[in-house]
Design a binder for this molecule. Structure first.
Ligand code: NAD
Length: 353
């Protein structure tokens, strides 16, 4: 083929994956971008509007746990690079049904590693397997300190434990078999196209419907928020410039208490909805804390900054305002993802193509 690279992106119909696919398809017309996604409840092809018909883009529906399917995919599309984002990603769901997280995040990652190892068969030249992971593998921080790349793993939820296991497998394939890998561990992302089970879009959607805003415990848990566009920019830089075998932490130094974040969002929404100040804050309702709820996450991203010059470009205030405005404009998208109508969209656009 005439393409310079043949990249497999897994989970490209999800929140972060769709932003990454949008970026790569437009930025690298000389790369073939193959998007592999199972289209679980979290995958939505409407996130990929605008690039679906690009000549350098192909969508394939499939499961990363399916070894035969993966083998054929690597060979059919001459895959020479993988950016792996497919995962079960919601902590609360991992508490309700942990096994799906082990299946996709652990077994699925192992199958994908194995497929890459077999397809590349020791010819590592120009090949790279990039695993996108989370800072939650490091556990929970007290009031001070930051996660660095050498912080010991201490996952505490089935979600973070499954991501930790997958990180270990990626490193094991590097050390044992020589597979060229790179990893990144990122803090909480937010922005357009995030499924409305996650904190920020959930709150925006509930404010729209004047429904209670459930805040866990006393709202004192701290998260480090990163604009999704800054994350996918970092992934692009690490894929192209990161050192093989290395791990890079990604974060925005944007720590906020959950309650503080929700209050800020309420004020932004009152403004956008032309409501009297304080209207949305009245909807805040404290609910029973999440079991094992990690107290604080905060990322030290200085390695990434020193080696590749990456830094976040969007502040939380700016990002929240952009996100809230986007969700208010995209009421169709919101209705579709909350109604399952995007399955019909899939059938209309992709079946029988
Ligand atoms: P998401 O839930 O929005 O998307 C996940 C995608 O993976 C969906 O499109 C889903 O259909 C697909 N998928 C799930 N199981 C699959 C399977 N077995 N085979 C093929 N596809 C499958 O998740 P996200 O928030 O975009 O996160 C993407 C990745 O980034 C995950 O690996 C997550 O652990 C990691 N991450 C997320 C955050 C965050 O704040 N959202 C932060 C750091 C790291």
């Amino acid at each position: 083929s005439n393409y310079k690279r043949h990249l497999l992106i897994t989970g490209g119909a999800g929140f972060i994956g769709s932003h990454l696919v949008q970026l790569l398809v437009k930025k690298y017309p000389d790369y073939h971008i193959v998007n592999l996604d199972k289209l679980t409840y979290a995958g939505n092809l409407e996130n990929l509007k605008g690039i679906e018909d690009a000549p350098n883009y192909t969508f394939v529906r499939g499961d990363i746990q399916d070894a035969d399917f993966l083998q054929k995919l690597f060979s059919d599309y001459h895959i020479d690079g993988v950016i792996h984002l497919a995962a079960e990603s919601h902590v609360d769901r991992s508490i309700e049904s942990p096994i799906a997280f082990i299946e996709t995040n652990v077994v699925g990652t192992a199958q994908l590693l194995n497929a890459a190892r077999q397809a590349w068969a020791g010819d590592w030249d120009g090949k790279l397997f990039y695993h996108v992971s989370t800072d939650e593998v490091y556990g929970s921080l007290g009031a001070t300190g930051f996660f660095t790349e050498t912080t010991a793993y201490d996952p505490r939820s089935p979600y973070s434990a499954s991501k930790a296991a997958s990180d270990h497998l990626v490193r094991a394939y590097h050390h044992t078999f020589g597979l060229p890998v790179v990893l990144s561990n990122c803090s909480n992302n937010y922005g357009p196209y995030q499924f409305p089970e996650k904190l920020i879009p959930l709150m925006i959607n509930n404010i729209r419907h004047s429904k209670p805003l459930p805040v866990y415990g006393d709202g004192s848990n701290i998260r480090d928020w990163l604009w999704v566009g800054d994350h996918v920019e970092a992934i692009d830089q690490i894929f192209h410039g990161g050192r093989t075998g290395e791990t890079y932490n990604i974060g925005g130094h944007n720590e906020r208490k959950n309650l503080e974040l929700v209050e800020g969002l309420c004020d932004v929404m009152d403004d956008l909805l032309d409501q009297p100040a304080g209207t949305s804050r009245k909807l805040i309702t404290f609910v029973k804390d999440r079991p094992g709820h990690d107290q604080r996450y905060a990322i030290d991203a200085s390695k990434l900054n020193a080696e590749l010059g990456w830094e976040p470009t969007v502040s939380v205030e700016e990002g929240l305002a952009k996100t809230a405005a986007w969700y208010l404009e995209q009421t169709d998208w919101l209705e579709h993802v909350t109604s399952g109508a995007y399955q019909e969209y899939y059938e209309k656009h992709y079946d029988g193509r």
